[in-house]
Design a protein around this ligand. Sequence first.
Ligand code: HEC
Length: 112
Amino acid sequence: MTATYYPAAICTALLAMAPIASGSERLDDGKRTYERVCAGCHETGVEGAPVVGKAGDWQRRSRLWDAVLLEHAEHGYLKMPAHGNADYITDYDVGAAAEYMLTLTHPELPTD
Ligand code: HEC
């Protein structure tokens, strides 16, 4: 008799967790891409790349982070190569990596 209630309980639990799970999953994906592709330049500032974690490097960049910076990361901007020169990563990977970089640089901002 009680067994019939389990599926409903599990569904409710999964639904309740979903938003949190997808948010951190995206950041995990972004971390992987960042370390594989972007860190080469953005960890140390190669060619004047804004360094992750140094908020001052990012200050003069667009305040419209999501829209403009992600657009720049995807399509390239001045010396920032499109997709960080990695043809094999998707726009999703680039966006997640950029978001990860911004989260490290501005930990006080909400991730959404
Ligand atoms: C070959 C070196 C290199 C790699 C690899 C690289 N970047 Fe960059 N990136 C740069 C440079 C240089 C700039 C500064 C561009 C400028 O203002 O001249 C920059 C700027 C940016 C900016 C700021 C753009 C703006 O509008 O100010 C973002 C966001 C960014 N990179 C994201 C990424 C992401 C995400 C990756 C990995 C997918 C990545 N970068 C990989 C060199 C690199």
